[in-house]
Design a protein around this ligand. Structure first.
Ligand SMILES: Nc1ncnc2c1ncn2[C@@H]1O[C@H](COP(=O)(O)OP(=O)(O)O)[C@@H](O)[C@H]1O
Ligand SMILES: [Mg+2]
Length: 297
């Protein structure tokens, strides 16, 4: 059909996994007669020179943006290239605080969330009433999350006031949020891959050794049948969240509330699909390539 695309991975991305993800997509496009090229963003001749933004090496119809770099995505969109996902959608998902705000008001169950005020002075004093207010609103344990993070790395738990104040101090100049601990099923959540508003794969993630169910932290994935009645609300809420946020592709993490109800945890614009493909046998790369090509018909 004469389309050409680029697949952009982050220069400093997870070694191996990022590239394998890109290569899987590339081969699915090739199987459909579409040439793509994998590019590791960095210093690509993009920038603003004189009065104009430039993206010299980027003549193509679409970019699969397996990155979160907001400068490059802004320039590419300004050049009229269709990004999967789009620049502004990636930005909202990248920031866990912005994601919660964007999802609010749409009838989702969300963890109660308190936003750390912006602090740009590492030497600024902490206000003890802030810690008291967080504890009063959210109780203990409380989840403390860096706004930008993945694979569980920036997600912490404070069991008492002294752990809370230590985290408040440590993260003072880092954008972060405080969340009610959702404990319907500790160490378990549901990951759903949604493409074009439709759930394509889902797994139950369980971690026996940590409240964080991330595969990168030892969580194990188990296939969920998309038609499984027990998970029907999880699947439909994942699809709804992806639609509300306008995602072409995403992985939605959903916690179990007190009564087993779905509570939206976060939405990943660039969810790795290797783990969920292994757990479910679904060819996620093929589904995504088909969706992208289908959107040009
Ligand atoms: N509010 C919460 N209550 C209980 N567990 C949580 C909460 N938020 C996150 N978790 C656990 O921590 C994991 C990582 O949190 P998440 O927000 O998805 O960050 P990341 O981007 O690092 O995956 C989740 O998959 C879930 O198991
Ligand atoms: Mg997550």
């Amino acid at each position: 059909m004469g389309l050409t695309g680029k697949i952009i991975v982050n220069r400093f991305g997870v070694p191996g996994q990022s590239l394998r993800q890109a290569e899987r997509l590339m081969s699915e496009f090739a199987a459909r007669g579409v040439d793509t090229e994998i590019i590791s963003d960095g210093y690509l001749g993009t920038g603003v020179f004189g009065e104009m933004s430039e993206a010299s090496s980027f003549f193509c119809d679409f970019v699969v943006y397996l990155d979160k770099d907001k400068y490059l995505s802004a320039i590419l969109e300004k050049k009229g290239i269709r990004l999967f996902n789009r620049h502004d959608k990636i930005r909202v998902c990248d920031d866990k605080g912005e994601t919660v705000i964007a999802l609010s008001g749409h009838g989702f169950n969300l963890p109660d969330t308190v936003f750390a005020p912006l602090c740009y002075d590492a030497g600024a004093p902490l206000f003890h009433e802030d810690a008291r207010n967080i504890a009063e609103r959210l109780g203990f344990p409380v989840v403390v999350k860096e706004s930008f993070g993945s694979m569980g790395k920036g997600v912490h738990k404070a069991d008492n006031m002294s752990e809370l104040t230590a985290l408040m101090q440590r993260l003072k100049t880092v954008p972060h949020i405080y969340q009610r601990y959702i404990d319907g099923r500790v160490g378990q959540d549901v990951r759903v891959i949604v493409i074009g508003g439709k759930a394509e794969a889902a797994m139950l993630r369980s971690n026996k050794n940590d409240f964080r169910s991330n595969i990168a932290l030892g969580g194990k994935g188990e296939k969920i049948e998309l038609k499984d009645a027990f998970f029907a609300d999880f699947i439909s809420e994942a699809e709804r969240a992806a639609r509300v946020l306008g995602m072409d592709y995403c992985g939605v993490d959903i916690l179990f509330g007190k009564n087993g109800e779905p509570v939206i945890c976060e939405v990943n614009s660039n969810a790795f699909f290797e783990g969920i493909e292994a757990a479910t046998g679904v060819n996620v790369a093929a589904k995504y390539a088909e969706y992208i090509l289908g959107s040009f018909k």
